[in-house]
Design a protein around this ligand. Structure first.
Ligand code: SD4
Length: 333
């Protein structure tokens, strides 16, 4: 568990993941392409990628795909795949830390420039959760597939079945089991849940979010990452936002949707991220000193923002052909 430099514990009281059916129903309907005017000077800055944490290889991959002239959805998928297949990253895909029963269960979603959304929740045995989420979006009439159904669908699409529990993650779980104290741990080290937003040469924005969720979570627990508006939201007229950290808190404030709506009202991505964090910490009896949440956002002009509750969060940005990791400002100074 050496990656977990900064571990926060959090109570799961009130762990209610309520997703109104109206929020997801019919969301794959094609929405009409609305004209968005992007000035030539802004377009010169494109493509741009922003992702949560220090995920250099992932944003470089996404940037490379965009530099080849491909779309933002391709870039986000291929970028996220890099970490999903990296067995040393214990928070995403292969090698992710398991739930309390020892099963690695993955959550992921994607949104494209047309406002379409696809997700898998609590899926086992398939590393490339983001790619399965994209297939749900593109090849089914649905938005979300869960558990066995998601796995069955992935297998039907030719994804490889594999054991995602690596020796290192199994060892960490066995260590945890000695005390099996149920305190979900929130890590804010570099290399965590990946939320990624990209804008391509046409100025079209897409996003994705992929995770193995909270380590040692209850079996069946689903976090914010695959839930539209919470872990990710894209509106190609305005911009996008994505989240990392204690999913329950992001879900309860519908954080990514909030950020996009604040940008629609004229806030910069930075101001919008700060406001979304403020909503969490200013709730009555907020336990925010004991958990981390971080957001990244990008608007239609390619302006970016990122902000978190605690120190230690960072954003990786690919721009002008180069990537760099930027430490985030945080609410607790
Ligand atoms: C979750 N938001 O499942 C994810 C986990 C995460 O930093 O981002 N951890 O709640």
């Amino acid at each position: 568990m050496k990656r977990r430099k900064f571990i926060q514990s959090a109570s799961l009281s009130g762990l209610g993941v309520a997703v109104g059916s109206s929020l997801v129903s019919g969301c794959n309907d094609k929405i009409s392409q609305r004209e968005t005017v992007i000035g030539a000077s802004q377009k010169e800055n494109f493509p741009i990628v922003i992702a949560t944490w220090d995920v250099k290889d992932a944003v470089n991959k996404a940037g490379e795909v965009l530099m080849q002239g491909k779309s933002s959805i391709d870039a986000v998928e291929l970028g996220c795949n890099v970490e999903e297949l990296n067995a040393n990253n214990q928070t995403v895909g292969l090698g992710g830390l398991p739930d309390r029963d020892g099963n690695v269960t993955l959550d992921a979603c994607m949104m494209n420039k047309d406002g379409n959304y696809g997700a898998v929740v609590c899926m086992q045995n398939i590393a490339e959760a983001i790619s399965v989420a994209r297939k749900v979006m593109e090849d089914t009439p649905h938005c979300i597939l869960a558990g066995k159904g998601a796995e069955k669908f992935a297998l039907s699409k030719g994804f490889k079945k594999q054991n995602l529990l690596t020796d290192a993650s199994k060892k960490a779980w066995e260590q945890w089991k000695i005390k099996s104290k149920y305190q979900p741990v929130i890590n804010i080290e570099n290399h965590d849940t990946i939320g990624m937003l990209a804008i391509d040469k046409n100025g079209d924005i897409s996003g994705g979010c992929t995770t193995s969720g909270l380590a040692y979570k209850m079996a069946g627990r689903v976090g914010d990452s695959p839930i539209v508006g919470s872990g990710l939201f894209i509106d190609n007229e305005v911009g996008g936002a994505t989240a990392t950290g204690l999913g329950e808190e992001v879900l309860k404030t519908v954080g990514s949707f909030l950020i996009v709506e604040l940008m629609r009202q004229g806030k910069t991505p930075q101001q919008a991220c700060e406001e979304a964090i403020k909503r969490i910490v200013s709730k009555p009896n907020s336990n925010y000193k004991h958990f981390q949440v971080g957001y990244v956002a990008m608007n239609k002009k390619g302006e970016t923002g990122y902000y978190s509750i605690h120190k230690g969060f960072s954003a990786s940005i690919f721009k002008n052909g180069k990537s760099k990791n930027y430490p985030s400002q945080q609410f607790i100074k």
